[in-house]
Design a binder for this molecule. Structure first.
Ligand SMILES: Nc1ncnc2c1ncn2[C@@H]1O[C@H](COP(=O)(O)OP(=O)(O)OP(=O)(O)O)[C@@H](O)[C@H]1O
Ligand SMILES: O=C(O)C1=C[C@@H](O)[C@@H](O)[C@H](O)C1
Ligand SMILES: [Mg+2]
Length: 184
């Protein structure tokens, strides 16, 4: 089984679904946001405060480069992990990249009680999420091998669907390789 990398907007469920998927596949689960916090000894709002978004993005790029070199892991990335070209390249080349997508409406619902996302600590989170979506959607889409909508379904359902889509994708890829090599 290749590495599974989850990308997508804040509140799409990358951390939640990633953990469930790793459990059922019996793979190690890593969350790049948590790993940055653990190593830094500070939470993300604090890192944004002290080092600015650029400081956080530098830490994020270093951790993505490192974690994508592991084997057989499920990795949940942060919502902005696709912003830098080198991150997109590492993700796309070193694993199967799944975009968990979500509507802005659901994002608002899922993130409104949580103050851990500095980019949403604004007067108008809806406008911020819409702006981010416009800017990032093309980047998510060109980095992903598979796309899955996560609205209106509970996490376990999304995870089961995702597991099936991954299996289908891998079966198709294997079939193509076997055909290309002319195996009987
Ligand atoms: N399919 C779902 N249905 C309902 N709630 C969900 C679903 N997926 C995730 N959630 C809830 O939404 C919130 C955000 O989910 P999560 O932290 O997994 O998002 P994320 O994609 O990792 O966001 P971030 O990019 O900020 O790390 C959590 O409270 C989680 O329980
Ligand atoms: O969408 C983003 O830019 C972010 C999403 C979170 O996962 C964190 O990585 C951080 O809050 C920034
Ligand atoms: Mg997360």
């Amino acid at each position: 089984m290749p590495n599974i990398f989850l990308i997508g907007p804040m509140g799409a469920g990358k951390s939640t679904i990633g953990r469930l998927l790793a459990q059922t596949l019996k793979r190690p689960f890593i969350d790049s946001d948590h790993e940055i916090e653990r190593r830094c000894g500070a939470d993300i709002p604090w890192i944004f405060d002290i080092e600015g978004e650029i400081g956080f993005r530098d830490r994020e790029s270093a951790i993505i480069d490192e974690l994508t070199q592991r084997q057989g892991v499920v990795l949940a990335t942060g919502g902005g992990a696709i912003l830098r070209p080198e991150n997109r390249h590492h993700l796309h080349q070193r694993g199967l990249v799944i975009l968990l997508d979500v509507t802005v409406r659901q994002q608002l619902e899922r993130t409104r009680r949580d103050q851990s996302r500095p980019l949403l600590q604004t007067e108008n989170p809806r406008a911020r999420l819409e702006g981010l979506r416009k800017e990032r959607n093309p980047l998510y889409r060109k980095t992903a091998h598979l796309i899955l909508q996560t609205d209106r379904r509970p996490p376990r359902q999304v995870m089961l669907d995702l597991r099936q889509r991954i299996q289908q994708h891998l079966n198709q890829t294997t079939a193509t390789i076997v055909t290309a090599h002319g195996a009987s």
